[in-house]
Design a protein around this ligand. Structure first.
Ligand code: AQP
Length: 339
C-alpha cells in the first residue's frame, strides 16, 4: 500500500468549562497564535461537547463559550487566518466520535489518568461521556486529518490514544486513511502549576480562585495572587538544575520565561540570587503588561455577543466543508450505505 502524505493542518481546542486560566493561555492559546503565524492551515475549536461531560449550567455554558472565543481573538487568533468555531456546530465530530467509540477499547480508556483525576473516588457516578472523552477527542483531531496538535503536557496521553485509534482504524479496514498526528508540546510553560500547590496543575475548575490567574483578572487581582503565591525561603538559583526540588519556584520562573519569550536559563542568568520579595514584583509587572491588553480586549468583544456568534457560525461553515467529505469517506470505508 502506498503511504498517503497528509497536508500539514493544525487543530486544537479548549473546553468552555469556566474562565480561561494562565495555564490555558501559556500551554495552549499563545502557541495556537504562533502556529497561525507559520502559514499552516489552523483550526481552533471551543469544545462544548467535551465541557458537558461534567455538569454545565446552560446559561454559563453559553457565556463561557463566547468568552473563550473572545479570549482566542483577543490573544491574537484572527478569524480570517484561523478557523474558529464551537464543536457542537459541526456534527461530524460527534458522528466520528461514535465510530471511534467502536474502535477504541475499554482498557485504553481505563488507563487515562485524566479520567481518574476528574472522576476521583466516585468513578461509578461519572458520566459515560467523561469516560469516553478521548474517543471524541480523537474524532475532533482526525475529522480534519490534522497533522499537528498544540497542547499542554496534560494532554499527551490523549494524543497517544488518538494515534492508537488512527492506527487501529487503518489496520482494521486495511486503509491508510487517518494520519499519525503529532502532539506539539513545547515551550517553558507546558505545565503551569497551581499558585497554591506546585504539585497540582493550574486549572479553571480548581475550587480555589487563588490557585490560578484568570485571563479576566484585573491588575490588582493578578498582583495579589502572585504576591501570595506559595514559594520557599531560598533565593533563586542561577541555573535550572537548582529548581529541580523546588516546584513552586520552578513554576514562577517558568511562567516568567513563557511570558517574556525567554528560555529558563536566560531568565535565571538575570534573576539568579534574587529573593522572591524582589522577583515577584518583576513577575507582577510582566504578567500585567502581557495580560491586561488581552483582558481589556476580551471585555470589549464580550459587549457584542451577536458578532461573536456570527464569527463562530462562519467558522463552523468552513470547518464543515473540510470535515464532511472526510466523514463521508469514513462511512464508506466502514460499509455504511449513504443514499
Ligand atoms: N496548567 C496548564 N498548563 C499548561 N497547559 C494547560 N492546559 C490546561 N491547563 C494547563 C492546556 O489548555 C488546553 C485546554 O485545556 P481544557 O480546558 O480543554 O482542559 P483541561 O486540560 O482539563 O484544562 P483545565 O483548565 O484543567 O480545565 P478543567 O478544569 O475544566 O478540567 C489543553 O491544551 C491543555 O493541555
Amino acid at each position: 500500500m502506498t503511504e498517503v502524505v497528509h497536508t500539514p493542518r493544525v487543530f486544537s481546542g479548549i473546553q468552555p468549562s469556566g474562565g480561561l486560566t494562565l495555564g490555558n493561555y501559556l500551554g495552549a492559546i499563545k502557541r495556537f497564535v504562533d502556529m497561525q503565524e507559520c502559514g499552516i492551515e489552523t483550526l481552533y475549536c471551543m469544545v462544548d461537547l467535551h465541557a458537558i461531560t461534567v455538569w454545565q449550567d446552560p446559561a454559563d455554558l453559553r457565556h463561557n463559550t463566547r468568552e473563550l472565543a473572545a479570549g482566542y481573538i483577543a490573544a491574537g487568533l484572527d478569524p480570517n487566518k484561523s478557523i474558529l468555531f464551537n464543536q457542537s456546530q459541526v456534527s461530524a465530530h460527534a458522528e466520528l466520535g461514535w465510530l471511534f467509540s467502536c474502535i477504541a477499547r475499554m482498557g485504553w480508556m481505563k488507563r487515562m489518568t485524566q479520567f481518574k483525576d476528574k472522576a476521583g473516588k466516585n468513578a461509578e457516578n461519572a458520566s459515560l461521556g467523561l469516560f469516553g472523552y478521548p474517543a471524541l477527542m480523537a474524532a475532533d483531531i482526525l475529522i480534519y486529518h490534522s497533522t499537528h496538535v498544540p497542547v499542554g503536557e496534560d494532554q499527551k496521553q490523549h494524543l497517544e490514544l488518538t494515534r492508537d485509534v488512527a492506527a487501529k482504524f487503518n489496520h482494521d479496514f486495511g486503509v491508510d486513511f487517518f494520519p499519525m498526528t503529532e502532539p506539539v508540546i513545547e515551550g517553558a510553560a507546558t505545565r503551569v502549576m497551581s499558585l497554591r500547590d506546585g504539585s497540582k496543575k493550574m486549572s479553571k475548575s480548581d475550587l480555589s480562585d487563588a490557585s490560578r490567574i484568570n485571563m479576566t483578572d484585573d491588575a490588582e487581582t493578578i498582583s495579589k495572587k502572585i504576591r501570595k503565591a506559595k514559594t520557599d525561603p531560598d533565593a533563586l538559583p542561577s541555573e535550572a538544575e537548582g529548581l529541580k526540588e523546588r516546584p513552586e519556584a520552578r513554576n514562577l520562573v517558568n511562567i516568567f520565561a513563557a511570558l517574556s519569550d525567554m528560555d529558563v536559563d536566560a531568565v535565571l542568568r538575570d534573576v539568579g540570587g534574587k529573593q522572591f520579595s524582589e522577583f515577584k514584583p518583576m513577575l507582577v509587572d510582566l504578567a500585567v503588561d502581557k495580560l491586561s491588553p488581552i483582558s481589556t480586549e476580551m471585555a470589549r468583544l464580550m459587549n457584542d455577543p451577536a458578532e461573536i456568534d456570527r464569527t463562530l457560525g462562519e467558522g463552523a461553515g468552513r470547518a464543515r466543508a473540510i470535515a464532511n467529505p472526510i466523514l463521508e469517506k469514513t462511512y464508506d470505508i466502514v460499509g455504511m450505505i449513504r443514499s
